[in-house]
Design a protein around this ligand. Sequence first.
Ligand code: SF4
Length: 286
Amino acid sequence: MGVAAVSDRLVQTLVPLEAKSPFELRVDLGRDVPESDVRSALASGDMGFLHSFTTGSAVDGPGIRVVAWTTGCMWRCLYCHNPDTWTLTNGIPVTLTRAVEALRKYRHGLKIMSGGFTLSGGEPLMQDRFAVKLLAAAREMGIHTALDTNGYLGERLSDQELETVSLFLLDIKGWDPERHRRLTGMDISPVLAFARRLADRRKAVWVRFVLVPGLTDNFDDIAHIADFVAGLGVVERVDVLPFHQMGRFKWMELGLSYELESTQPPSAELVARVCSRFQQAGLAAY
Ligand code: SF4
C-alpha cells in the first residue's frame, strides 16, 4: 500500500484531524506507517504527521488562526506542554493534499478575520519538506502564514523557502549555554544563528519566551535575551508566556519523569518585571 493510501485509510478510520485543543493526548496514530514510507514522506513532503488542526486561536500570530500541530521534536524542554508531540509517529499521517484541503475550508473566514495559518508543533522543521509545501500552499491561497519554531533546524530552509512564511514565531528559551542545555537538552547557538539570519533577510519575527520560576527567571539571561532581540531590528513583539501546568497530565500518562511537578506559575509581578525589561530594550512586550 502506498503512502497516500495508508494515510487516507488511517485518517478515515481513527481520530479526526480537528481537535478542540493541542492539549488532547494523542499517541501512536501513525504507528502502522512502514518505516520506508516515513522516510520517503520526510524526503518528499508529500505526507506529514500531525497531532491535529485547531481553529480559533488568538495567540499564535495576528488575528484568528488555524493551527496545524506537527509531531516530531528533538528537544526535551522540561516545561514542554505537549510531550506527545515529541514522537513523529504519534501524529496522524496526513497527505499534503488532505492537509491543504483541510486548510482551504477556512480560507475565506481567515481573510475576513485578518487571521491566518500557523504551523506549530512539536518542531515543524523536523518535517521541513512537508512544512514548506503546506506553507507555500497557504500562501498561494492568499493566507497569512506563521511558523512557530525553536529555530534549531532553520538551516533546512533555503532563503527562497523563508519567503513562504509571513511571520516567524521564534522561541528563545534561554541565554546561558549551560542553562539552555539543561532546560532543553540542546545547544543554543543554532537558534541565535537562525535569529540573525532572519534579521539579515528582514523577516518579521515575534519572539516567545516562556517564564518559569526558578528555571528561566535569571535576570542576567533575560537582559541578554532582551538586548539581543532588540538588536535584531525585525522583532515586532515579544510574548512573555507564563508557565502553566496544563500539560502535566501528558507527562504522567506517558510515564515520563516530570521535574516541574511542584513548580508554580510566575506571579503577575514577575511577569510584569520581565515584560518591562524587554520594553526597556525598546520592544513591544506583553
Ligand atoms: S521545542 Fe517545543 S515541542 Fe519541543 S520539547 Fe521544547 S516545548 Fe516541547
